[in-house]
Design a binder for this molecule. Sequence first.
Ligand SMILES: O=C(O)COP(=O)(O)O
Ligand SMILES: [Mg+2]
Length: 218
Amino acid sequence: MARIVFDLDGTLIDSAPDIHGIANALLAEEGIDPITLAQARDFIGNGAAVFVKKMRLACGIPDSEQDRLHEAFVGRYDDAVNLTVPYPHVEAALKALKAEGHILGICTNKPIRPTHAVLKHLKLDGYFDTFWGGDSLPTHKPDPAPLFAAFEALGDGPMLYVGDSDVDAGTAVNAKVPFLLFTEGYRKQPVAEMPHDVAFSDFADLPGIVAQMLVDAA
Ligand SMILES: O=C(O)COP(=O)(O)O
Ligand SMILES: [Mg+2]
């Protein structure tokens, strides 16, 4: 039985359309032209404050607006659920992993309130025993502290971390835990350039990959 911790945006769920939506609603309120979906996807990964910073830079909005826009962005974030979908076969994979006796957790840089909101909306919250957001601790990924906190909350057993981005790969390196890279999320580098133990493109393969990794590690 393993402890398996998952990243959220770009790993379990394709949330970029909703994050794009709240970003553009905010920009419209400011009288500023919208960003593209590709830009929004590119800005995701280091949490809400960095998203807002990258959005500001792209739109020519000065640093002095950071705190106000960050607050406004986070204020809209709980509603960012309607355009978000899990990647194919995610729920079946979570169900299969639970049936094998594994215990599952979430470690995301998304703030914790919208993390709960979107998982509840998608009826995926019940699969997880612990949730750590980008604002749950003073530091966030790639600092390993929230990942360690997630594993600690799950008790004992081998540790596996599943994520999609360079931030996740860096977190796994910093934490020295095996990393499973989902290749279809929001990564910016070629797979070969990202440190990982196993790469996969379909969640239908994940239960088998986990079983094999545990056999290999035994
Ligand atoms: O919200 C973000 O910027 C990233 O979220 P993630 O850590 O779930 O990929
Ligand atoms: Mg991610």
